[in-house]
Design a protein around this ligand. Structure first.
Ligand SMILES: CCCCC/C=C\C/C=C\CCCCCCCC(=O)SCCNC(=O)CCNC(=O)[C@H](O)C(C)(C)COP(=O)(O)OP(=O)(O)OC[C@H]1O[C@@H](n2cnc3c(N)ncnc32)[C@H](O)[C@@H]1OP(=O)(O)O
Ligand SMILES: CCCCCCCC/C=C\CCCCCCCC(=O)OC[C@@H](O)COP(=O)(O)O
Length: 198
C-alpha cells in the first residue's frame, strides 16, 4: 500500500497529539508512561554505572554508587520522602533489614535509607533485566531462585556466613513478591532463619 506524500507527517502529528491527550485524559496511560520511563531511565543509568562498578568487580561497596545514582529519581516523580528512626540501624554489626514490598518504586525508599555494606536479596529473574541486572550483580545483590526452595535456602545459608565474616548487612522483602493491595502477605521464613544463623 502506498501512502500519499505527507502522510507520514500527518501520522506523526496525530501521534504527537495522541500522547498528550492520553497523558491528560487517561490515568492508566499516564501511569504506563511513568513506569516505562522509570524502567528505561534505570536501564540507562545502569549503563553508566557498569563501567564504574566494574573497576572493583562484584563488590558490596558498589551499592553506594547505585544508591547515589538513584537518589534523584524521587524528585523526578515528585515523591516526598520522610525518614524516621534510622538510628535503629546499628553502626557496625551484621543484621537483616526486612521491609514490605508494594511496587518496584520501593527501590526508591530502600535507596533513601540503605545502610552501608547492605545488599538486597532479589529474585533471580532480575539478573536478566539487561544492564540493570548486571549493575545489581556488580553491586553484590544476592539472587535467589524462588521456584527452587532448596537452592534458595543454600544461597541464604552461604549469605549467613558472609554476614558474619565480611561485615555485610542484608535487606529482605519477606513477602517474597510485590503486593499492591495495601495489606501484608504472609512472611516467607528465609529472612528469620538468616537472622538466627547469623
Ligand atoms: C544506577 C543504576 C541502577 C541499576 C540497578 C537498579 C537497582 C539496583 C539496586 C538494588 C537492587 C534492587 C533489588 C530489588 C528488590 C527485589 C526484591 C525481590 O526480588 S523480592 C523476591 C525475592 N525475595 C524473596 O523471596 C524473599 C526471601 N525469600 C525467602 O526467604 C523464602 O523463605 C525462600 C528461602 C525463598 C523459600 O521460599 P518458600 O516459598 O519455599 O517459603 P518458606 O519461607 O515457607 O520456606 C519453606 C521451608 O524452608 C524453610 N527455610 C526457609 N529458609 C530457610 C533457611 N535459610 N534455612 C533453613 N530453612 C529455611 C522454612 O522454614 C520452611 O520450612 P518449615 O515450613 O518447616 O518452617
Ligand atoms: C535486554 C533485556 C531488557 C530487560 C528489560 C527489563 C526491564 C526492567 C528494567 C529495569 C529494572 C529496574 C529495576 C527495578 C528494581 C526493582 C525490582 C522489583 O521490585 O522487582 C520485583 C520483585 O521484587 C518481586 O517480583 P514480583 O512481584 O514477584 O514480580
Amino acid at each position: 500500500m502506498e501512502l500519499w506524500p505527507g502522510a507520514w507527517t500527518v501520522l506523526l502529528l496525530l501521534l504527537l497529539l495522541l500522547l498528550p491527550t492520553l497523558w491528560f485524559c487517561a490515568p492508566s496511560a499516564k501511569y504506563f508512561f511513568k513506569m516505562a520511563f522509570y524502567n528505561g531511565w534505570i536501564l540507562f543509568l545502569a549503563v553508566l554505572a557498569i563501567p564504574v562498578c566494574a573497576v572493583r568487580g562484584r563488590n558490596v561497596e558498589n551499592m553506594k554508587i547505585l544508591r547515589l545514582m538513584l537518589l534523584h529519581l524521587k524528585y523526578l516523580y515528585g515523591i516526598r520522602v520522610e525518614v524516621r528512626g534510622t538510628h535503629h540501624f546499628p553502626a557496625s554489626q551484621p543484621y537483616v533489614v526486612v521491609s514490605n514490598h508494594q511496587s518496584s518504586l520501593d527501590l526508591l525508599g530502600m535507596m533513601e535509607v540503605l545502610p552501608g555494606r547492605c545488599v538486597p536479596i532479589a529474585k533471580r529473574e532480575l539478573l536478566w533485566a539487561g544492564s540493570a541486572g548486571l549493575a545489581c550483580w556488580l553491586a553484590g545483590v544476592i539472587f535467589i531462585d524462588r521456584k527452587r526452595t532448596g537452592d534458595a535456602i543454600s544461597v541464604m545459608s552461604e549469605v549467613a556466613q558472609t554476614l558474619l565474616t565480611q561485615d555485610v548487612r542484608v535487606w529482605v522483602f519477606p513477602e517474597g513478591t510485590r503486593n499492591h493491595n495495601g495489606s501484608m502477605l504472609p512472611f516467607k521464613r528465609g529472612a528469620f532463619h538468616l537472622a538466627v544463623q547469623a
